[in-house]
Design a protein around this ligand. Structure first.
Ligand code: SF4
Length: 343
């Protein structure tokens, strides 16, 4: 049985989307690959941050064949600034898979889409509905918020029961014409009007039937788990230069934090300074400056060293010497440390 108010939601969300949708580069194309790339980038990254990087990425890797042929290191470098580099590695692995299994063409089949590395229930729903016009639902953070508030979802939003209810509503909503627009309308509405903080309820076209608004407690929805405290991490960076002033940069491993990005010799942990000294075979001296770098789940305390003597420094990692390190795809802490040093 259809949930009450689904047709009302559909009608008003589509109307809102047609009138207020933002002109975003991936909305001007119907290429399933471009939609795939944009959807992966938009997971956990703000639209404004994504736009310029998406455009550059699409210039360098205009189709699945180009992306599959590129080295994963290069793909991670092109991902700089977007964070969560696992997405870049999976996107690359996904392109290789599609090339091998589907001749470089994304399949018009939900189950087959979900078998592609890096494509889960959300992304398959997005590609199938937006690129192929299929009536496939999706639930992301925006959808959780809009539907969680509109229906005053009684379960914690990430709980099994909460997710089941949200996917059921999303499934019902997407039945009908324009499924791609319907899904995008839901997300756009969450981004522009039913925002995480200070939603614009007074001018909301759904307010008449919004359950959270009716009880006057919009902030209580969707119900979230108590916040987990950020873990603290210690990171040491050694700014090592040769006699010409060129900086030594090393490439980080392809997994873990800041995967594939470049940084001055670095180590994590309580013995980070000692680890770098042993690896490079030089003394780092005293810490020159410290700063905090905040990640979603971690707080990184960065200690920057400028070794008094760098002759004979050795490294076993992939390295490059550069006089203009800020032009390189650096990890966040490395960029901050070098900007401060060069300022
Ligand atoms: S009334 Fe407020 S909480 Fe309800 S859907 Fe509209 S913006 Fe969201």
């Amino acid at each position: 049985m259809k949930t009450r108010n689904i047709s009302y939601l559909r009608k008003h969300l589509l109307k809102f989307y047609k009138k207020h949708q933002r002109d975003l580069p991936w909305r001007r194309v119907s290429d399933p690959y471009a939609i795939w790339v944009s959807e992966i980038m938009l997971q956990q990254t703000q639209v404004d941050t994504v736009i310029p990087r998406y455009q550059k990425f699409m210039q360098e890797f205009p189709d699945i064949a180009h992306l599959a042929a590129a080295g994963v290191h290069r793909v991670c470098e092109a991902w700089a600034g977007l964070g969560y580099y696992r997405r870049a590695r999976l996107l690359h692995a996904g392109a290789e898979y599609v090339l091998q299994e589907h001749g470089g063409v994304l399949p018009r089949d939900l189950k087959k889409l979900e078998r592609i590395p890096g494509i889960g229930r959300y992304t398959s729903g997005a590609i199938a509905s937006i690129a192929f016009g299929m009536q496939t639902p999706l639930v992301d953070g925006n959808v959780e918020r809009v539907l969680g508030r509109f229906f005053a979802l009684k379960h914690e939003v990430k709980s099994k029961a909460g997710q089941e209810a949200l996917w059921t509503w999303a499934e019902e909503l997407v039945q009908g014409p324009e499924p791609g627009d319907m899904n995008q309308a839901l997300m756009e509405f969450g981004a522009l009007l039913c925002r995480p903080r200070a939603p614009l309820c007074a001018e909301c076209p759904l307010a008449k039937k919004c359950a959270a608004w009716a009880v006057g407690d919009v902030d209580a929805y969707p119900k979230l788990k108590a916040r987990v405290e950020r873990k603290t991490l210690k990171l040491a960076l050694a700014l090592v230069r040769d006699t010409h002033g060129a900086f030594l940069l090393e490439q980080r491993p392809l997994d873990g934090l800041w995967a594939g990005l470049w940084e001055p010799p670095a180590a994590l942990g309580a013995k980070a300074k000692k680890d770098i000294e042993e690896r490079l075979g030089i003394a780092l001296g005293r810490v020159k400056y410290r700063f905090k770098h905040i990640l979603t789940h971690r707080e990184v305390i960065v200690s920057v060293y400028i070794p008094p003597q760098t002759r004979g420094a050795k490294t076993t990692q992939v390295l490059k010497m550069t006089e203009d390190p800020l032009k390189e795809p650096l990890s966040g802490p490395a960029r901050k440390a070098l900007e401060r040093f060069l300022a």
